[in-house]
Write a protein that binds this ligand. Sequence first.
Ligand SMILES: *Cc1c(COP(=O)(O)O)cnc(C)c1O
Length: 426
Amino acid sequence: MSDEVHLDSNVPGNPAYHFTIVPAGAPARAGWARRAPLVAGAGLATRCVHAGVQPDPAYGAVMPPIYQSSTFAFRDVCTNAGYDYTRSGNPTRAALEEAIAALEGGGGATCTSTGMSAVLVALNLLPHRSHLLATVDCYGGTFRALEHARAAYGLEVTYLDLADLAAVERALRPGTGMVWIETPSNPLLRLTDVRAVAALARARGALTAVDNTFLSPVLQRPFELGADLVVHSTTKYLNGHSDVVGGAVVAAPGRTALLQRIQSTNNLLGTSQSPHDAFLVLRGLKTLLLRMKAHEAGAAAVAAWLERHPAVARVHYPGLASHPQHELALRQQQGFGGMLSFELVDGRPARVDHVLRTLRWFTLAESLGGVESLVAHPASMTHASMTPEARRRAGITDSVIRLSIGIEDPADLIADLDETLAGLPA
Ligand SMILES: *Cc1c(COP(=O)(O)O)cnc(C)c1O
């Protein structure tokens, strides 16, 4: 066993044994006829394609094989190839984790079975009875998870409008362990100044977690703004093809202890992502940059068109000059994204229902970020689990209609909306 690499001479808890990791199937002359790519210095499009991916050491497969195995053979007592059990680690999932960390500019990532389990991994970093500040219009599932943690584990939660920096400063206290940011928020596309809130949190010893699902690292990179953790529902844009659920938690660069904690928490909760699902997300990532550009071009066209329509009272889209935080969007985002919502001048239920039932290219469905356009009614769908009072406080009226703009021709989407709004019942 001349190719053994001695990485660790101690078996934790049993110094009588030492542990050895042998690279899987390492060829005599390591590598393939290509120099190692310099992913860290590469542009975003290059990173989308190459991050986390090298020719497989066994046969040179250009895409990582789906290591669909629950367990991994030991080469000898205390000697393995770096993996022992798929809940704890899997080569296919590791490729995706490396790719997402590289796109976010983070120090490392852990991939989870769903976006919600990514939220749970992040929340489980908090000690018993900590205090958390969350944006008042956070994702419905996150709200439910926070309310559960409040009831079951004594987590204290303050919901507030994070745009109000004075209120954030007042609400931070010695026991505050984390500030939870979602920007843009769902479904009203309100923005949080990540740099300002993260600075306040850091001064008080609290972690800042940013749910970056709505923009993806193509359009917003929270670590550059001072965040400690980035959370994703990879179900949405990162995968982009509406065929998998998944999540990720990313630690800021240089934060080795924090990275180890998210990895071990994912392992202990048993929330790690299956190799097959990880493979699908990795495949989706290749086209992330191209897709985000198409989503955004479509959303910008639809938002501008809706804003001029006489039946439409308000359009919520950070790319519009009329968005109250348009300046902040220009400053902290690399683009405006593919999500928007709007409200009718006369938003009686029969008229909202007409829109939801009449559209052709927009499927009435929850979720977002896929190549196909979707329409959703937050009050009866994504945000139905909030109390009416919480919805009212968050400004989510029954007439808000949310659109996830796919990558179809914007002209087709606009024609569909035109025909639908023309047929609104009196
Ligand atoms: C969808 C979503 C989640 C939850 O992700 P799942 O993959 O559905 O579990 C969390 N945050 C945001 C912003 C989301 O859109």
